[in-house]
Design a protein around this ligand. Structure first.
Ligand SMILES: Cc1cc2nc3c(=O)[nH]c(=O)nc-3n(C[C@H](O)[C@H](O)[C@H](O)COP(=O)(O)OP(=O)(O)OC[C@H]3O[C@@H](n4cnc5c(N)ncnc54)[C@H](O)[C@@H]3O)c2cc1C
Length: 329
């Protein structure tokens, strides 16, 4: 065996898995099709907004939150309606996650060095009712440093584990197959891609220079979503939304290609809820794209209320900017 555990994908999910494993003394082979500059994947580009429930930031702003309210909101958004089939694990996972977000999540991350802006933002707020769609109270906690602030502690942990001989980085290793023997996944096979010094997020070459096979007692697949693969997005587009838009832009780097879904399925994995995908509809083309059809989202400015409450929004005099007495230009 080459390691105790193979982790495919060095985005945030893969790095967190590697962190947990190496902290427990396990040997990890961390494979990714991209180069070392891309460690952290999408999370590095993200806003770093984290879901906490009944946090000190919320309490300071007199926002009353609880596990049951967050659970009600979650169910309102998820609309679990396939409970005896595709949603059966999702609902258990969701409940456990809401409890985690109300419990050890914040102290665990703080222990790794993360901290948050001193207020909670109100993302994904839906229809503003606890039973309806979206967050009925502000729960979006922005990490200091945004996405980099989330990714860096885990990148640092992986590097420490590598120095201690517990983790082996295998960059430019593109997995094309899960090796199944005796009904169990025992390893991965794929192609070693030619070295590429491109900067983070820039599409890299796909020139194959060798085959590889790695074996371990367990394999974890954390290869992200399908956002950069418009063919897959169209293929799985929810029927209830009609035809997919003719023209789409892309909020994620090209490596978010969704290839691993089909590879896992070929090895016997059951894919569920393919038609449930999350897209933002308010993106615009980046004038200076890093990846193909690079779309960015523009957020309205965040109002930090002196007394943030769940009541009606404060009204500001129409000619002034909050916090300033001079007329708005
Ligand atoms: C601009 C932006 C803003 C966001 N803001 C927020 C936010 O504020 N809050 C929030 O919660 N979320 C946010 N998100 C979403 C969040 O960042 C992602 O859901 C999360 O980072 C995904 O992590 P991941 O590890 O699952 O996947 P990824 O980061 O996509 O990592 C997957 C890795 O797997 C590798 N890989 C794929 N296929 C293979 C293969 N066959 N062989 C080898 N390697 C492979 C890829 O190269 C990649 O490195 C944002 C995302 C973006 C892009």
């Amino acid at each position: 065996m080459d390691a105790d555990v193979i982790v495919v994908g060095a985005g945030l999910a893969g790095l967190v898995a590697a962190h947990e494993l190496t902290t427990a003394g396990k040997k990890v082979a961390l494979l990714d099709q991209e180069n070392a500059a891309n460690l952290g994947g999408q999370a590095w580009w993200s806003f770093g907004g984290l879901f906490f429930v009944d946090s000190p930031e919320q309490r300071r702003a007199r926002i009353s939150d609880s596990v049951e309210l967050a659970w009600s909101d979650w169910r309102g958004s998820a609309g679990f309606d396939r409970l005896d089939d595709e949603d059966s694990w999702a609902v258990k996972w969701a409940r456990a996650y809401v409890e985690f977000a109300a419990g050890e999540k914040r102290s665990w991350l703080a222990g790794l060095g993360m901290s948050w802006l001193p207020f909670a933002g109100w993302a994904e707020r839906g229809d503003l009712r606890a039973g309806g769609h979206g967050n009925s109270v502000p729960r979006f906690h922005i990490t200091w440093g945004t996405g980099t602030g989330v990714a860096e502690p885990f990148i640092a942990s992986a590097r420490r584990a590598a120095s201690a001989g517990l983790l082996e980085f295998r960059h430019r290793h593109r997995v094309d197959e899960l090796v199944v023997e005796g009904g169990a996944v025992v390893g991965v096979r794929g192609k070693l891609l030619k070295n590429d010094d491109s900067a983070r997020g820039v599409s890299s070459n796909r020139e194959e220079i060798d085959d590889f096979e790695v074996r371990a007692q367990a394999v974890i697949v954390t290869t992200g979503g399908i956002g950069a693969n418009h063919d897959l997005v169209r293929q799985y587009w929810p029927e209830r939304l009609g035809t997919a838009p003719k023209s789409m832009i892309t909020g994620v780097p090209r490596y978010v290609d969704g290839r691993m879904l089909g590879i896992a399925e070929a090895a016997g994995a059951r894919l569920v809820n393919r038609d449930r995908m999350w897209h933002y509809t308010e993106g615009i083309r980046n004038w200076d794209p890093i990846w193909p059809a690079h779309g960015i989202r523009i957020l309205s400015c965040l109002y930090v209320y002196k007394r943030q409450t769940c009541g009606p929004r404060p009204t500001w005099p129409s000619t002034t900017t909050p916090g300033s007495s001079s007329p708005r230009r």
